[in-house]
Design a protein around this ligand. Structure first.
Ligand SMILES: NCc1[nH]cc(CCC(=O)O)c1CC(=O)O
Length: 347
């Protein structure tokens, strides 16, 4: 066990110094920390990114990755929402933490359910990568260039709805699997084009696969898209993982995704609908845009609010309220009967 910082003589410090020093990290550092991760290439890249950053911060500590296959990775033939939804991708990792086989888990925030189970918390949200959707195709340069009847692959209700609204002449087909699987299906000729998160392609060193980036004005991203989060379990061994992981937290990203996830929470409690929520933070001011729609894109409500980034959940509630004031009731009625599905984690 080693010290992270060596302020041990607190007893002799003056009151003023004490205030300063207790806000610093004074705790024994474990000799080993284990990161639980799904085994897809993107998940492993993300876990390795966190591993490297923690190693740089705490060189005395050995940081290891425990790769795991989740139920969500195994079930590729059915809509995830029918077998348990997003939680299927994080559950096994949470069990590993609860059983002491891992200390933290790295996730794509987009895949993390809005409500974590009792005893778990997000300890850090890392600086966001490109939050935009990407148009990927071997034959066409953009959505605009696709001919009548062209097949576009996506299993995200949000992407489906946004495309159907703007391009009613295109055919949308489901597309599941991790990023490599999805790209493989495109290359095999199953689709004229597919839509993927730009962040995943960039992280995997595949930015050249992006033919066009879809701007938030026409393709508002999903809550949390492009951001990674570190989840931890409550523990009783005295180790303060919150403090240990705090240096990895990116304040502006954490605020933005907190507002976005609030919108999702307001609408996502009972049913799954095409929903987008995207916030940007500039000099302490947040701009939050959100959208709900019917899966066929025929009805859509969108709203925008601005305000202090320090009150992200309030902004989330405000924008949800504005959406409710629009066509949201009719949209919610459709969602109550529609077959649920969402941005399918499996990256
Ligand atoms: N839906 C699954 C998922 N979860 C996270 C990413 C990409 C990385 C990210 O958004 O952080 C993807 C792939 C995609 O949407 O194309």
């Amino acid at each position: 066990m080693r010290e992270i910082t060596g302020h041990r003589r607190l007893a002799s410090a003056t009151a003023k110094e004490l205030v300063l020093k207790t806000s610093e990290l004074v705790q024994p550092l474990p000799s080993r920390l284990i990161i639980a991760s799904r085994e897809s290439r993107l998940a492993m890249w993300q876990a390795e990114h966190v591993r490297a950053r923690l190693s740089a911060l705490y060189p005395q500590c050995s940081i290891e990755i425990l790769g795991m296959t989740t139920r969500g990775d195994q079930i590729l033939d059915r809509a995830l929402s029918k077998v348990g939804g997003k939680g299927l991708f994080v559950k096994e990792l949470e069990v590993a933490m609860a059983e002491g086989r891992a200390d933290l888990a790295v996730h794509s925030l987009k895949d993390v359910p809005m409500e974590l189970p009792e005893g778990f918390a997000l300890a850090a949200v890392l600086e966001r990568e490109d939050p935009r959707d990407a148009f990927v195709s071997n034959d066409y340069a953009s959505l605009d260039a696709l001919p009548h009847g062209a097949v576009v692959g996506t299993s995200s209700l949000r992407r489906q709805s946004l495309i159907a609204a703007r391009y009613p002449h295109l055919v949308i087909q489901p597309l599941r699997g991790n990023l490599d699987t999805r790209l493989g299906k495109l290359d095999r000729g199953d689709y004229a084009a597919i839509i993927l998160a730009a962040a995943g392609l960039k992280r995997l060193g595949l930015p050249q696969r992006i033919r066009a980036l879809l701007e938030p004005e026409t393709s508002l991203p999903a809550a949390g898209q492009g951001a990674m989060a570190i989840e931890i379990a409550e523990r009783n061994d005295g180790l303060d993982l919150h403090a240990l992981l705090a240096p990895l937290n990116h304040e502006a990203t954490a605020q933005a995704v907190s507002a976005e996830r609030k919108v999702s929470k307001v609408f996502g409690g009972s049913c799954q609908i095409p929903l987008a929520a995207f916030a940007t933070v500039d000099a302490g001011q947040m701009r939050l845009r959100a959208m709900v729609a019917t899966p066929d894109g025929s009805r859509m409500a969108s709203a925008e609010v601005s305000g202090p980034a320090a009150a992200p959940e309030q902004l989330g509630e405000q924008v949800a309220e504005l959406l409710r004031g629009q066509d949201a009731e009719a949209i919610l009625a459709v969602c109550a009967t529609a077959a649920p599905a969402d941005d399918q984690p499996a990256a």
